[in-house]
Structure formats: C-alpha cells, structure tokens
Design a protein around this ligand. Structure first.
Ligand code: BES
Ligand code: ZN
Ligand code: ZN
Length: 499
C-alpha cells in the first residue's frame, strides 16, 4: 500500500493533479503558485481545454514544486456522480503508473455537495488504491506495474474530517484489494484449504474476529450433503469457513454473510465447453467478498455482530464425481435432484443457508457468481440483487449507491419457485420458466430461498442474494481498474453495515 497524507501546502513532487469542473472559463485552482498558473493558462489556451469529463491538460516545468501539473476535467458539477469521480481519480493513478511517477499531489476542491468531506476522502483513497493494484507478482520484475509510493492531498475543507475519511479509506481499500487478490491467484493455488488459511490469517490479525475452518469430517457430521456431493469429483477436500465478529450489543441478532467458494468450476460431469471454463477461478469471488468484508469491519472496529460463512470446494469431473440423476440431501434434510452438475453454486449455498439458521440472524445476505443468466441480463458492471424483503433490498441499493457500486434488483416470485419443484425429490437444481433455462438468475434465487425457510416453510430470516455477475472484468479491465477480480461488494457491505 502507498502512503497517503493530507498536506496544507504544496509539497515538492513529480506530478500535481487538480480536478476541475467545466464552466465558461476554466478556473485554475488557487492553490497553484504563479508560475504554475501561468503555465497552465497557456496550455489551456493552446489546447482549447474545456474541462469536459475525462479530458486532461498538462503543463511542464511549471514550478519548483512540481515538474508537471495536470488538470483533469470533470464536466458539469451538478451531473457528476461519486462513481464517475472515482473513475477519473483511478484513471489518473493508472496513467501516472504508466509514466513511472512515484509521488504525486492531488488537489481536491470541495466536490459534490451532498457528499461529506470524510466520505469524499474515504472514497478518493479507495479509488487510488484500487486503481494502483495489479496482479503481476508472477511476471518478470521489469514487466510489473511501477509502484506509486506516496500521494499527498491538498484539500479545501475540514482537515480533521478528511483525515478520518482517509484512514477509513485505507482500511477498506486493503480489504477490497485482498478480495481481488484471492480471486486472481490461480485455481491450483487458491484451493479450499488455502482459502481457509487466508481466513485464519485475517483472524490472527484481529482479536475480535474468531475464525474456524471445518474439515470434511465435520462437514459430514453436520450433514452438509450438498457441499459434500459437489466436492466428490475433486482430489481436494471441501472446507467450511466460519468467521465470527461479535462486537455489537449482545441482544442484537447478527447479520450473516454467505459466500460461494467454488475455487474452480469446470462444470463437473456436465462439463463446460473450453471457452466457458476460462475465468472459472473467479467462482470463489462470493467467498472472497465475504472474507474481505470481515477483514474490513474488523480493521475498522465496527460495533456490530456479523458472521461470515463460506462453503468452499472444487467442481471437477472424475470417476468419483456426483452425477446428474443423483439426489443429494442438504443439512436441513431437504432432498435435491441433480439435473446438471454445473449448477453447483446453489448446492453448496443450500448447506450454508441451512447452517445460518443456528445464529437466529436478523438477516442473511449471500454473494455468489451464480448464473451466466445474470451476466446476460445485466452485463459485467452491475450486480443482480434478489430479495423478498423490500426494505432490505432498498437499503442494499442505497448502500451500493453511496460508494459508487451498482446493483440492480431482479425478481423473486412464485413462478420461479414453481419451476424448481420436482417429482422424485423436494426440489431440483435446474429450472426454467416457460422454457428450460428461461429466468435462470431468478430460478437460481428461488432455489436458494427454499433453504432460508424454517421447518414450517416460513421465512427463517430476512434474506437477500447478490448474483456477482460483475465480480471480475474480462480482458484488460477499464481505464480506472485493471482486469481480473474487481472486489465488488466489500465497499457496499461496509457501507451497509456501518449504517
Ligand atoms: N459459476 C457459474 C456461473 C457463472 C458463469 C458465473 C459465468 C460467472 C460467469 C455457475 O456455477 C454455472 O455454471 N451456472 C450455470 C447454471 C446452469 C447450469 C443452470 C450457468 O449459468 O450456465
Ligand atoms: Zn457451475
Ligand atoms: Zn459456479
């Protein structure tokens, strides 16, 4: 992680960046010295710079303080969202790394009217760290991304508040980038056992976080027949990770977070075609989001009760694999007909959602790279949100918005539940509304909902499901974040749980 500091005067450095809004006449921030102002005015004129969003202008040899000064346009102030601001900040960082800049100064005017200084600073720091992260540890040293050592922030506003936000931002960013890292490590290394070790290591850093990893024997004793079934084709044993953080009032029921931890999804015997198997190392990003959120709340020291549950295994084809036509029995005693071994995420979540009841939780939120259908519906930049509880769904949408992440509510309902019913078992793992596969993201959610019910078939807790179709970017990524795992969900959950 780089050093972040708030300064009240321009320090010496390689690059100074100021963000400016479009107006009739682009105003050069007053924090610049005379030399810088003059150099920038010339550059603005020469290039006809209008501070349109994403446009930049640079002036060189501008002053003793900085070799280069750069203005970044943000467009109209009333149209700018926090998400867009974070993206512009991220682009500056990736651009600076490309030029091997090691130290830079960022000038932040008072930006968005409805965003408080501490929150603004928190989000800017997260944007810089997320942009700076690169998964390149296995590349030649010379080919690795050039690290930025220090960012100084010149702010207009309350320095104390800004500092508070900066410190929060650093902690949240560390958790987001750890989540991404867990996802980016190759699947032969990031095994269920390794994922367990990573969780234990976080537990060791925080006294308030108790981490336990159940082995196959314990999983068997608990009757988690679905997790066991999915893991059968792999040489690796399944694990079940429990992370307990109880720092709130004893009388307040906890929030349980559940994350899908398939460390590689080949599809099993219903094997995926080759081009669909690529990127299936990311099938544990629900788990990574939960582990990252637990790390974030523990390092922030929030006074809340949260439990993280991660069922984790590999989905592999072999002579010992579970088969289509098999009937598995989940921890809550319900039987499941397997129609397709590639619909494995919902199975391991079934056992975790059953296990969650023991905490008598106020609410359970699960995270899972569950369906290609959700990706087809929303693309890779928006997460699907499913919940029968309006208030919970609305709170989650609001939390996401407050940190510039995007979730979109998709339906749960009778027709999807109906589609999962089956003659030879209580439920089947595949269904479609109208035609096979139709409504695939919602039928998957309906399957999960089945395990949130108590013995009488009533909701055992408030529940929401996030289909993390946007948990990783293909190709090279975006201008503000590199390709691979993007850490979606950690920021949203920290915002939600901080409320
Ligand atoms: N892990 C996949 C879903 C997935 C696909 C996530 C692509 C991200 C990108 C999941 O286990 C799966 O294979 N789902 C199947 C379900 C189908 C067999 C009902 C799918 O979506 O095709
Ligand atoms: Zn699958
Ligand atoms: Zn999967």
């Amino acid at each position: 992680m780089m050093t972040h500091r708030i300064v009240s005067d321009q320090p010496k450095g390689e690059l100074c960046v100021a963000f400016v809004f479009a107006s009739d006449q682009v105003s050069v921030p007053s924090a610049f010295d005379t030399k810088q102002k003059n150099a920038l005015k010339l550059a603005i004129e020469a290039e006809g710079f209008e501070a349109k969003k994403g446009r930049t202008v640079t002036a060189y040899a501008a002053s003793d303080a900085h070799k280069r000064v750069m203005l970044v346009g943000l467009g109209n102030q009333d149209k700018l969202t926090l998400r867009q601001l974070k993206q512009e900040v991220g682009k500056v960082i990736i651009g600076a790394q490309g030029k091997e800049v090691q130290e830079l100064t960022i000038m932040l005017p008072a930006f968005l009217e409805d965003v408080a200084m501490d929150h603004l600073m928190q989000e800017v720091v997260i944007a810089t760290e997320v942009a700076a992260y690169s998964y390149d540890e296995l590349k030649d040293k010379d080919a690795q991304v050039s690290p930025i050592k220090r960012i100084s922030y010149l702010i207009v506003g309350d320095e104390k508040l800004a500092k508070k936000g900066m410190n929060r931002g650093k902690k949240i960013a560390a958790a987001v980038n750890m989540t991404r890292h867990l996802g980016n490590v190759p699947p032969s290394d990031m095994t269920p056992e390794r994922l367990g070790h990573e969780a234990i290591a976080i537990g060791k850093e925080h006294d308030a976080l108790k981490v336990t990893v159940f082995d196959k024997k314990k999983i068997t004793a608990l009757g988690m027949g679905c997790l066991l079934g999915v893991s059968k084709g792999s040489q690796l044993e399944p694990k079940f990770i429990v992370m307990e953080y109880l720092q709130g009032d004893k009388n307040v029921a906890p929030t349980v977070l559940v994350g899908k931890g398939i460390t590689f999804d080949s599809g099993g015997l219903s094997i995926k075609p080759g081009n669909y198997m690529m990127d299936m190392k990311f099938d544990m990003l629900g788990a990574a989001t939960v582990i990252g959120t637990m790390k974030a709340i523990a390092s922030l020291g929030l006074n809340i009760n949260v439990i993280g549950l991660v069922p984790t295994c590999e989905n592999m084809p072999s002579g010992s694999s579970y088969r289509p036509d098999d009937i598995l029995v989940a921890m809550n005693g319900k039987s499941v007909l397997i129609e397709n071994t590639d619909a494995e995420g919902r199975l391991i979540l079934a056992d975790a959602l059953s296990y969650a009841h023991k905490y008598k939780p106020a609410q359970v939120i699960d995270f899972a790279t569950l369906t290609g259908a959700c990706m087809v519906a929303l693309g890779e930049e928006r997460t699907g949100l499913f919940s029968p509880v309006d208030a919970l769904a609305e709170d989650l949408v609001e939390a996401a918005e407050s940190v510039g992440e995007q979730v979109w509510r998709l339906p749960v309902g009778e027709e999807y539940t109906e589609a999962m019913m089956c003659d030879v078992a209580d439920i089947k793992n595949l269904g479609g509304v109208g035609r096979p596969g139709f409504g695939g993201a919602s039928t998957a959610a309906a399957f999960l909902e089945f395990f949130t019910k108590d013995k009488d078939g009533e909701p055992g807790y408030d529940w929401a499901h996030m289909d993390l179709s946007c948990s990783h970017y293909g190709g090279k990524g975006k201008g503000y974040i590199r390709g691979g795992a993007n850490g979606f969900g950690v920021e949203t959950m920290v915002a939600y749980l901080s409320e």
